[in-house]
Write a protein that binds this ligand. Sequence first.
Ligand SMILES: [Zn+2]
Length: 140
Amino acid sequence: MNRVICACGKKNKDKLLLLSQCCGRYLDHFDTIPAPDAESLMRSRYSAFVLGRGDYLKKTWSETTCPSDLSFEPEVKWLGLEVRTHRLTGPANAEVEFVALSRLKGQPTRLHELSRFVKDTGRWFYVDGILRTPERPRNA
Ligand SMILES: [Zn+2]
């Protein structure tokens, strides 16, 4: 169980990190180990989607934009994450652009989003995301 590879796909010297070395730290120790930057938070939120950890998604969502009803699409199978860019846009603001691949009822789906994050009392929170060019699977 402890040898599970982290779903976010983060590597250290070409080796995929284990969940326990990567997002699992933030998912399981939310109160004591905050994600150190917006990219780590974004990765851990992706892992939370994969693992169905709605509790973590809520805790890391800005109060201003967090939906009151957070539901998962149980049939989505997450296939991978690629973080394109991560940059600070202010002393307490950051943006992360990523592509997340998934499959819903056999249909490949590509989510390309620019997410915005804000830092508040030492923690990063997800604010919202802007979808980049809607990308449809080829031949669909
Ligand atoms: Zn991870």
